[in-house]
Design a protein around this ligand. Structure first.
Ligand SMILES: Cc1cc2nc3c(=O)[nH]c(=O)nc-3n(C[C@H](O)[C@H](O)[C@H](O)COP(=O)(O)OP(=O)(O)OC[C@H]3O[C@@H](n4cnc5c(N)ncnc54)[C@H](O)[C@@H]3O)c2cc1C
Length: 501
């Protein structure tokens, strides 16, 4: 038995963050128990089979070029879950609007030139595209530091784009659709800091960053199942249907985690639960409620998402496998995917199998399946008319109320960092503050590793997880940021802090 094997760690929530923390701690010889409220691991990325044996999942998930840590993980696990990188397109009710090339296949240009020059806009006039240029100052100024978050977080993304002179058309047809798909909310409900961070990470930092690939089946089947098997082989325990309700504390240390009457004693705990789940735990826990940082989570929110899958009676010609759509609903974005092209399971299916996911789907969630399916079909037909002729022979509708993190204006001050005021309670997940710079699944996984490293730092022994940093800024961006920082600090040294940030 290694020294670490005697040390118990409880991880709460089996999404990317919780599994990442559990896996690393199990590798280091800790006695890790992962408690998951749902029937299977995976969190927002969970997948399962319907009664009829068909694979479904809580929304399809893309893996973007900069997801270096997730790609390193699947290599370590000897998995090959991904499709090649795919092209994507964008539709509006007027038809095809944008086609993205494979950016990594194009001659490399300094960022963000490649993004601007290689993206094929079908309708958007050049003058509108050029109106984005002044925004580059904000992109340089927002360097993901705490100060930058505080400077931009209280402004809405819409206000930011307006202030920097982005044209109404460019905002409506390009930036807002990106916000709806990337941050799950319309611009007036997104923090400008989150918008800048997300756009830089996924699109602007390096030419190939917008290239994306998908799992060849559900992420649950392709990645999480073998990953959990590996964790169990290492001695970690992954327990489903265990809803954590409270913690026991002595001398400012968590000594046990409770699931109703059941107790799990521990030397450290990592919460890897989404915002809504965490708020529920805090509401039911006198111990957590007694601390302002946890009480303040009531100021955070989450967004409704709807994931649908349609089986058609015929094959429909769909030019590209992944597609984003705008202009069909006031404040809801949506995407559709040709699963015959992406998933091995559906490759030889006689009819098209289409995943259609709606983000910020508040007004759609209360509808019955019988109302949702025709709406989805009509939206698809608005992009590719042949969908209107097809018969829908089966469907799956998964409602995800209050599911994804909402980076609302003013929310940064209430987000939690990895370390908390309890000496051995650590946080992880896609809404936890990190200076890493990644987003979504990659961020969740990275914060899981960061929390595991804090446990190791405190309980020792064990090697900290190696976390790959985001690909460094290109030299001209580094230089521009250095100049901007120098000017900022010179000005701040002279002028009083008189203006609102
Ligand atoms: C439709 C949709 C599409 C998306 N598309 C993409 C995409 O293309 N690319 C991308 O990178 N990201 C995408 N995302 C975002 C991505 O899913 C999340 O960023 C990521 O999965 C978050 O992981 P997490 O570990 O932080 O949290 P979660 O996955 O939310 O995991 C938290 C876990 O905690 C559990 N839990 C909650 N309460 C308790 C409790 N009391 N006790 C025990 N367990 C509890 C939950 O059941 C859950 O399993 C998408 C999300 C959705 C919904």
């Amino acid at each position: 038995m290694t020294q670490a094997e005697g040390k118990k760690v409880v991880v709460v929530g089996a999404g990317w963050a919780g599994l990442g923390a559990t896996y690393h701690l199990a590798k280091q010889g800790y006695a890790v128990t992962l408690l998951e409220a749902g029937p299977q691991p995976g969190g927002l990325v969970a997948g399962w089979k319907t009664a009829g044996g068909r694979s479904v999942e809580a929304g399809i998930h893309g893996f973007w070029y900069p997801y270096r840590n997730i790609f390193a993980l699947v290599d370590e696990l000897h998995l090959q879950p991904f499709t090649p990188y795919t092209h994507s397109s964008q539709y509006s009710p007027a038809g095809l609007e944008v086609e993205s090339p494979l950016f990594q296949a194009m001659p490399y240009l300094p960022s963000p030139l490649g993004t601007f020059l290689y993206t094929r806009f079908k309708r958007l006039p050049l003058v509108d595209r050029l109106s984005a240029l002044p925004l580059l100052y904000a992109v340089i100024d927002f360097d993901n530091s705490d100060a930058a978050w505080r400077r931009y977080d209280k402004v809405t993304a819409r206000e930011l784009f307006k202030q920097f002179g982005v044209s109404a058309r460019l905002y409506k047809e390009s930036f807002e659709p990106m916000l709806l798909v990337g941050l799950f909310a319309p611009g007036e409900q997104c923090s400008a800091a989150a918008a800048l961070g997300m756009l830089y990470y996924f699109i602007l930092a390096h030419q190939p960053d917008f290239d994306v690939r998908w799992c060849r089946g559900t992420v649950g089947e392709q990645i999480f199942r073998p990953w959990v098997e590996q964790i169990e082989q290492l001695g970690g325990r992954v327990l489903a249907n265990q809803r954590v309700s409270d913690v026991e504390v002595s001398d400012n240390r968590v000594t046990a985690v409770r699931c109703g009457d059941e107790r799990f004693e521990t030397d450290a705990v990592i919460f890897s639960v989404g915002i809504t789940g965490m708020k529920k735990i805090v509401a039911g826990s006198p111990t957590l409620r007694s601390r302002p940082e946890f009480r303040n989570l009531s100021n955070l929110g989450a967004v409704d998402v709807l994931a649908t899958r349609l089986w058609c009676d015929r094959k429909i010609d769909i030019p590209l496998p992944s597609n984003a759509c705008f202009g069909f609903h006031q404040t809801t974005g949506w995407t559709f995917f040709d699963l015959n092209a992406l998933h091995d399971d559906y490759r030889s299916e006689p009819g098209s199998v289409i995943e259609v996911d709606y983000y910020h789907a508040n007004q759609l969630i209360p509808l019955d399946d019988e109302q949702i399916v025709p709406l989805v079909q009509a939206n698809l037909a608005g992009c590719i008319p042949a969908f209107g002729e097809a018969k829908i022979i089966d469907h799956s509708v998964i409602r995800l109320p209050q599911a994804v993190s909402h980076f609302a204006p003013g929310s940064y001050q209430y987000l939690l960092p990895s370390a908390t005021s309890f000496s051995n309670l650590f946080m992880s997940g896609d809404w936890i503050i990190t200076r890493h710079g990644s987003w979504s699944q990659e961020k969740a996984y990275v914060t899981g590793l960061e929390a595991a490293n804090r446990v190791i730092g405190q309980l020792g022994p064990g090697q900290p997880a190696k976390i790959l940093p985001v690909i460094p800024d290109e030299p001209h961006i580094q230089a521009a940021r250095a100049v901007n920082r120098a000017v900022r600090s010179a000005v701040e040294g002279v002028l009083p802090g008189f203006w609102l940030p």
